[in-house]
Design a protein around this ligand. Sequence first.
Ligand code: PRP
Length: 228
Amino acid sequence: MNDTTFKRRKNITIALPKGRLLESVLPILTAAGLKPEDEFFDGKSRRLEFDTSDPDVGLIPVKPFDVATFVAFGSADLGLVGADVIHEFGYEEIYIPVDLGLGHCRLSVAATPEVASQPMEHLSHLRIATKYPNLTRNFFAQKGIQAECVKLNGAIELAPKLGLCPYIVDIVTTGNTLKANGLVEMETILEATSRLIVNRNSFKTKSERLGHWITAFQAAVDDKAKAA
Ligand code: PRP
């Protein structure tokens, strides 16, 4: 971004994923030495930027898919996000120095038991509901199948039941959501954990500060692994 009128509140901005993932990454943030200000935990607050125990560092909690975008465009220097989201966008501006070892999940193809029992290999075209159209198209292209993706932003498991698409590609953690909606897992596209990501340009211009935080996150991950 070349807009010279743009002024950052903080030298370092970290994008965090809102929702379920936030709970799993907060202990690592704290262990790395960053305590969010109290209002960060107030669900009623309408603020979008928060201070931390380090006056140099601010936090922006955003939708998990947007963490990668804020970091890729340099609006945040660092981000905590799942490898599934990183691979879906494939931004070249992002460097991935630390595997946080959290949020283990997989991106899988699923369908009703009737559909899943039919071999896919003879098909040339499939309709699939997903939040991950790029990963889905690439996965099926390797099998010589053209995937027509219907982009949904949540509740993907409803699609087969309501006749939107016979197949879905979505995140599976425990498998409970698939089971509760009468779907079976067919194939795994990728296994994922949460990662620390860095904007490559920020890393060049703020190498000392960002290097400090990369080391702090890696140390927090290592300490957690030792304690387990
Ligand atoms: C995710 C994912 C699945 C579910 C899988 O949804 O999209 O629906 O978790 O978890 P499970 O295997 O442990 O049941 P999330 O709750 O993040 O909400 P979403 O439907 O808005 O994507």
